[in-house]
Design a protein around this ligand. Structure first.
Ligand code: SIN
Length: 312
């Protein structure tokens, strides 16, 4: 725990700013337990839950590539009851976020009704951005459906709710999506999910490196950092200050974390690097971030959050 690294979302206090990106090291209770016990995590988030167990896409479905990863996992998960049971019964001294992802409009509503009716009082994150379910486009690329869904959700959902967004690549899209999100009492916006539907080719065999969708998959890791920073920055500039931000994408070292905070992140989540380095990575990131802050004379993340300089 560090006094310097703290955050608050929906009145819930975080004693550190790091968490796993949903999808990495969070499918089983054993993995979640390990993350809770890990030095440096300020919170944990579950694998995105669908209503029932899903095996996900065929393997190989995740591959390391130079400067990152490509994946098309296809939402393998143990089902909502499994994760809901974990976050309602586990005694934890860190906040536990519940990630959910219906593969249809109505499944999203059904899942959130179940969470609303449960005893879970923590933060739920609605994943609107999984690029890897064959035949199912990412909800958040359909602006009209996103607004309709959030309108229906907030008609009954009274608990803290955030959304996980895909990357956007156009200023008008930042403007338009921020206008939609600002209509709702969101606890947070988490940006970005992987950069959807990239392709990587093995030079020796001229073959794609993952099996699902003919090799197309979400890109994560260092390759994603500029896009992630742009999305954190763009949304922080446009969203109501009451909506907090989780920065995700391209974090490999403490400097990357520092830059996410400069762009406005309250919490920072890590996927690809956690996948390949394991949970001990969090203590390293924390040390590296604190060293940068000490060098610059900052004693708290509040001293530089959102303070990115531009060239006038
Ligand atoms: C997956 O399970 O395919 C990854 C989850 C996501 O990108 O939202």
């Amino acid at each position: 725990m560090s006094q310097a690294l703290h955050a608050e979302i929906a009145g819930i206090k975080f004693d550190d700013i790091f968490l796993n990106a949903s999808g990495v090291h969070c499918q089983t209770t054993a993995e979640l337990d390990e993350l809770l016990a890990t030095k440096g995590t300020g919170a944990i988030i579950t694998k995105s839950a669908t209503s029932a167990y899903r095996a996900g896409n065929p393997s190989p479905r995740l591959s390391k590539i130079p400067l990152g990863s490509i994946n098309s996992m296809g939402l393998p998960n143990e089902g909502l009851d499994y994760y809901l049971d974990y976050v309602t019964t586990k005694q934890a001294d860190k906040p536990m976020l519940l990630s959910v992802a219906g593969v249809s409009y109505t499944e999203n509503l059904d899942i959130l009704h179940k969470v609303q009716d449960s005893s879970f009082m923590g933060i739920t994150e609605l994943n609107l951005s999984c690029p890897n379910v064959p035949g199912k486009p990412q909800t958040a690329y359909d602006f009209e459906t996103t607004e309709r869904l959030l309108t229906e959700v907030f008609a009954f959902f009274t608990k803290p709710l955030g959304v996980k967004m895909p990357p956007y690549f156009d200023i008008v899209h930042f403007d338009d999506m921020a206008k939609i999100l600002n209509k709702f009492p969101l606890a947070h916006v988490n940006t970005i999910n992987s950069i959807g539907n990239g392709l990587w080719i093995n030079e020796d065999t001229d073959t794609v490196v993952i099996k699902p969708k003919g090799g197309f998959g979400g890109i994560g890791g260092a390759l994603a950092k500029p896009t992630a920073l742009a999305n954190v920055r763009a949304f922080r500039q446009r969203l109501n200050p009451t909506i907090k931000m989780i920065g995700t994408g391209g974090v490999v070292n403490g400097r990357d974390v520092y830059e996410h905070i400069l762009c406005g992140a309250d919490l920072v989540s890590v996927g690809t690097q956690l996948q390949f380095e394991g949970p001990s990575m969090f203590a390293r990131l924390e040390q590296e971030l604190l060293a940068i802050m000490a060098e610059k004379g900052y004693t708290s993340v509040d001293d530089f959050r959102g303070q990115l300089k531009i060239i006038e």
